[in-house]
Design a protein around this ligand. Structure first.
Ligand code: FAD
Length: 497
């Protein structure tokens, strides 16, 4: 028998909606608190830059129980994703659980001695009130607290009319028109904004990044949708995973020449297709050494614009400002009207008390989360969407389904605290020593190991089926409908009052 809980879901993005759906489906009472004025998280219109679209193809960026509309393109636009999420919330009554303009500013263990947490909730008027919950699902994402960069001379740059803004504030293309725009960063957001600035009539556009990185075109070789290459189990199996035994290691060693040839082939294809040599954009790193959640999709037109000089690239970072000039770490001087800092976001759960922060995050920034969802030393607390990937909606959905069962003691493989701690240590060793690329974003990234991660979650949940067999299982990207079927094959339960 499982008793009902009052669950607080913090955040109403992709992950918060997944968590609210999973907990409410089991019969728990759910309150979603969202500090913003709308749901959607990174897809909230006010936070999106012009022309934003997904990197993931639409059938990989969806919940297991709701496909994106047929009319949507393969890579939906920001407003389309937002409409999909709003519709999802409405269809499952999640909108009725939602409290907008409500931020969590602190949390403590419940004072009444019952299991759970007391959250300090701050409303639009700034008034803070405490509320008790039996369980908390943190769904606050990795893209919420913009990183800051202040360089000497910034005040002078601003005083003479210059503008410095984080990429999350570049939401009006007219900002660029007729102006000299310098974008700092090498992510997809950075290249999207540089291309958008050119299209919006910027006088000059410069992108400043530390070094060239591999970018994946939507169609590899101009023909094959990248999902058919990069998301498939056969490709994933070329990366030695965590916790593998001697035989598997041996198999990897024997296959190493073939695997090596596969990656060199892909590099050659990308160099030729994107004209990386002409653009002076050939990365130094081997492509396989950097595959993780930070691999950007190539913004269409970015390389052609570099090649014909509409975008100028400088390697390095900002050193300081002098009047209307930004001086780079390599000494280059670029006159600018607008500096867009596409420098990412700070990771963290700032409202968690310091004593619990220490249990959650190690000194080197690596998160201590079993399956990237829970920590045995953080009771009545779970994290959804911390298992980010190239198909984050599916990850959040499966994590939410795992978390509600974990919270209710209903996993088929309900782990003991000891098992969780041992597994966390093993995974940290893997990320720190065996595959440092897996340590990106605090280790909160499952790419390229989507299938491995999903297999573990399905086994824990106790689904009768957890993989597709035959060629579909090896050469097709993860299929949200198949995961819906797998989830439906797990033992059913509902809470009883
Ligand atoms: C431009 C862009 C494009 C992307 N494209 C893709 C893609 O194609 N494929 C992919 O897999 N991923 C993509 N991502 C990654 C994306 O972050 C995830 O796919 C997903 O949207 C994350 O959802 P989330 O709910 O975990 O976090 P978020 O969307 O960040 O939502 C978190 C929510 O929590 C709220 N919140 C935070 N702190 C508090 C607090 N203290 N109190 C109350 N509320 C709080 C925030 O306001 C926010 O609404 C993209 C990200 C960006 C920025």
């Amino acid at each position: 028998m499982v008793s009902p809980k009052h669950v607080c879901v913090i955040g109403a993005g992709v992950s918060g909606l997944a968590a609210a759906k999973a907990f409410s489906t089991r019969g728990h009472r759910v309150t979603i608190v969202e500090r913003s004025t709308d749901l959607g998280g990174v897809w909230e219109p006010a936070r999106s830059y012009p022309e934003v679209q997904t990197q993931s193809p639409k059938e990989l960026y969806r919940y297991t129980d709701r496909a994106m509309p047929d009319a949507y393109p393969e890579w939906p636009t920001g407003p389309q994703v937002h409409a999909y999420l709003s519709d999802y919330a409405k269809s499952f009554g999640l909108d009725r659980m939602l409290r907008l303009n409500t931020g969590v500013v602190g949390m403590e263990r419940r004072a009444d001695g019952r299991p759970g947490w007391t959250l300090a909730l701050s409303g639009k008027d700034g008034v803070t009130a405490n509320e008790n919950f039996d369980f908390v699902a943190v769904c606050t994402g990795q893209f919420n607290e913009p990183r800051e960069l202040h360089c000497p001379g910034e005040e002078g740059f601003l005083a003479q009319g210059g503008q410095v803004l984080h990429s999350s504030k570049y939401n009006d293309a007219s900002l660029a028109k007729g102006r000299r725009v310098v974008v700092l960063g090498g992510s997809k957001s950075a290249t999207d904004i540089a291309v958008n600035a050119v299209r919006s009539g910027a006088r000059e556009v410069t992108i400043v990044m530390r070094e060239p990185v591999w970018r994946i075109p939507y169609f590899i070789g101009g023909l094959v949708n990248f999902k058919r290459i990069l998301y498939i189990r056969a490709q994933e199996e070329m990366f030695p995973g965590w916790g593998i035994g001697t035989m598997a290691r041996l198999a990897h060693r024997l296959a190493a020449p073939l695997v090596w040839a596969n990656w060199r082939g892909l590099e050659s294809l990308l160099k030729a297709q994107l004209k990386l040599k002409q653009c002076k954009m050939v990365p130094k790193e081997r492509i396989e050494d950097g595959v993780n959640c930070s691999v950007p999709i190539a913004t269409p037109d970015f390389y052609p614009m570099l090649a014909d000089g509409r975008i100028k690239a400088v390697f390095g970072t900002f050193d300081h400002y002098e009047g209307d000039t930004i001086v780079m770490s390599g000494g280059e001087r670029i006159s600018a009207d607008v500096a867009v800092l596409a420098i990412g976001y700070k990771l963290g759960v700032p409202f968690l008390p310091a004593a619990y922060q220490e249990k959650l995050v190690d000194a080197d920034g690596q998160y201590r989360l079993y399956r990237l969802i829970a920590n045995p030393d953080l009771p009545e607390l779970g994290f959804v969407g911390f298992n980010s990937s190239f198909c984050t909606v599916l990850c959040a959905d499966l994590a939410a389904n795992w978390l509600v069962r974990y919270a209710d003691g209903q996993l088929a493989n309900q782990p003991t605290a000891r098992q969780m701690r041992d597994n966390i240590e093993m995974m940290l060793h893997f990320k720190r020593v065996e595959r440092p690329a897996a340590g990106v974003y605090g280790g909160l990234c499952v790419a390229p190991y989507h299938y491995r991660h999903f297999d573990e979650l399905m086994a824990d949940i106790g689904t009768r089926q957890r993989k597709r067999s035959g060629p579909a299982g090896h050469f097709q990207p993860p299929d949200a409908d198949a995961y819906a079927t797998f989830l439906a094959s797990a033992p059913e339960y509902r809470v009883t009052a």
